[in-house]
Design a protein around this ligand. Structure first.
Ligand code: SF4
Ligand code: SF4
Length: 390
C-alpha cells in the first residue's frame, strides 16, 4: 500500500480509501460477517481511511462495531459527514454529532465534513446556523480533528467555498470522464495549492467506468499493450494526479478489494505514460458518445413524491444506448413496473434541486419515456423479464 502525506497535519493516508456506502447484504440486511471480513482484509493490507456518513443506512454502526470488536480504532482514520440540510440549528448539529459518535463507538472523528455542498449559499446558510461555533468547540474538545466538506457543485462555487475558510480537506468527484466537471482538475489543483488535502469520490463514476463501458471503449483497453482491468485504469488515472491524496472506493466484492489493494501498491503520482493517457482519452470519447444521461446513480434525487425510480430510468436508458438489445428493456420493466416508470413524472421539479450532476431530470425523463415506454416495448420487456427473472 502506498501512502500520501496530508500537508496540514502530516497524516500519512493510504491512497486507497474505503467507501462505506454499500456493504454487502444478505436477505436485504447488511451481512455483518462478510463486511467484517472485507474491512479487516483492507486494514490488514494497509488501508487506513474509512469514509462513512450519517445518511448511509447502517454504515456508521457497522463500521463502529467492526473497529471495536477487532480492537483497531487507533489503526484507522474515520471520515464522517453531517448532512447539510438537516444541520438547521446548533441543537440539531449537536444531536447528530452525538449520535454519530455513539453509532461509531468512538470519542472522536478524524475527518469530519459537511455532506454535499453545492452552492456557496449553502455554506453561508450553515454559518448562520452556527456550524463554525459547533466545529470550533468540538475541535477544542478533541472530538473533531480535521474539518472539511464534500462537494458536488460547479468550479466557481468550489473556489468561493475553498477561499472562505481554513479547511483541512475536501472530498470531490473526480475521474477521467469528469476532468472538467464540478471541481475537476482545476478545482483539485486549486485546493491543493492552498494545502488542503484532496480526497476523491466516484473514481469509477458510480461503477459506470467498469460495467457500462461501451464495447468500442473496452476494446481500446483490451488491445492495449499493458494489461489492466477497466477499473484499475480508472484508479490509476486519478492516482496519477499528485494533488490527490486518497481515492475512495465503495468496495463490497472480495475480488474488487483484492484488485484495488494490488493497484494501490504501485500507483505513483505522474507515472502514466503519454500512450496510456492517450488510450484513456479514446475510451473517454467512446463513452461520451454513447451515454445519454450523465447520471451517477447516487440516488440523491430520491424519493420522488410520484414514485418515479429516477436512477433506474436513467441507467436502463443508458444501457439501451450502450448495449442495445431487449435486455435493458426487461430490466427497466422489472425494476420500475408501471408504478415507477418515467411516464409517471408529474414535472414537480423537486428532484432537480437535489441532483449534484445538475441533470435536467424532467426533460430527460421525457426522453426516457419516449424511448422506453411504448406499450409494445413494455410488452417485450415483460416477456424478457419473464425469461430472465422467473
Ligand atoms: S419532477 Fe418528476 S421525477 Fe422529479 S420528483 Fe417530480 S414527479 Fe418525481
Ligand atoms: S439523477 Fe442526479 S441525483 Fe438522481 S441518481 Fe442521477 S445523478 Fe444522482
Amino acid at each position: 500500500m502506498l501512502y500520501r502525506k496530508m500537508k496540514k497535519n502530516g497524516d500519512e493516508l493510504s491512497i486507497l480509501g474505503y467507501g462505506c456506502m454499500r456493504y454487502p447484504k444478505k436477505n436485504g440486511l447488511i451481512d455483518y460477517k462478510r463486511t467484517e471480513k472485507q474491512i479487516m482484509t483492507a486494514i490488514d493490507s494497509g488501508v487506513n481511511y474509512f469514509d462513512t456518513a450519517y445518511l448511509y443506512p447502517g454504515s456508521e454502526k457497522t463500521l463502529g462495531k467492526i473497529l471495536k470488536n477487532n480492537d483497531c480504532r487507533e489503526k484507522v482514520k474515520i471520515a464522517d459527514k453531517m448532512p447539510a440540510p438537516t444541520a438547521r440549528d446548533r441543537k440539531k448539529m449537536d444531536e447528530i454529532f452525538e449520535e454519530q459518535l455513539d453509532r461509531l463507538q468512538t470519542d472522536y472523528i478524524d475527518y469530519y465534513m459537511i455532506h454535499n455542498l453545492i452552492k456557496f449559499e449553502d455554506w453561508e446558510k450553515l454559518k448562520k446556523n452556527g456550524i463554525l461555533e459547533f466545529v470550533n468547540e468540538e475541535k477544542e474538545k478533541g472530538r473533531i480533528i480535521n474539518f472539511g466538506f464534500s462537494f458536488h457543485g460547479n468550479l466557481h462555487n468550489f473556489k468561493k467555498i475553498i477561499d472562505d475558510f481554513d479547511w483541512e480537506f475536501t472530498l470531490v468527484q473526480y475521474n477521467y470522464i469528469d476532468e472538467n466537471y464540478q471541481a475537476g482538475t482545476e478545482g483539485v489543483e486549486y485546493a491543493a495549492s492552498k494545502g488542503i488535502g484532496v480526497i476523491i469520490m466516484e473514481p469509477l463514476r458510480g461503477g459506470m467506468l467498469v460495467d457500462k463501458l461501451p464495447k468500442n471503449a473496452k476494446k481500446h483497453i483490451e488491445i492495449f499493450d499493458i494489461k489492466c482491468s477497466p477499473g484499475e485504469w480508472a484508479f490509476r488515472w486519478v492516482w496519477d494526479n499528485p494533488d490527490v491524496k486518497v481515492v475512495l472506493s465503495g468496495m463490497n466484492e472480495e475480488e474488487h478489494i483484492e484488485e484495488n489493494i494490488k493497484a494501490a501498491s504501485n500507483a505513483f503520482p505522474n507515472s502514466l505514460s503519454m500512450e496510456e493517457k492517450e488510450m484513456l482519452e479514446k475510451v473517454k470519447e467512446e463513452f461520451k458518445s454513447k451515454i445519454k444521461v450523465d447520471c451517477t446513480n447516487c440516488a440523491y434525487c430520491m424519493p420522488c413524491p410520484h414514485n418515479v425510480d429516477i436512477p433506474t430510468c436513467f441507467s436502463s436508458y443508458n444501457d439501451k444506448s450502450i448495449f442495445g438489445g431487449f435486455r435493458p428493456l426487461g430490466m427497466y420493466v422489472n425494476a420500475t413496473e408501471d408504478k415507477s416508470a418515467a411516464y409517471k413524472c408529474r414535472e414537480c421539479g423537486i428532484c432537480e434541486e437535489k441532483c449534484p450532476q445538475e441533470i435536467a431530470i424532467v426533460d430527460e425523463l421525457k426522453n426516457v419515456s419516449k424511448s422506453m415506454d411504448h406499450w409494445y416495448y413494455r410488452a417485450i420487456g415483460k416477456i424478457v423479464k419473464f425469461f430472465i427473472y422467473r
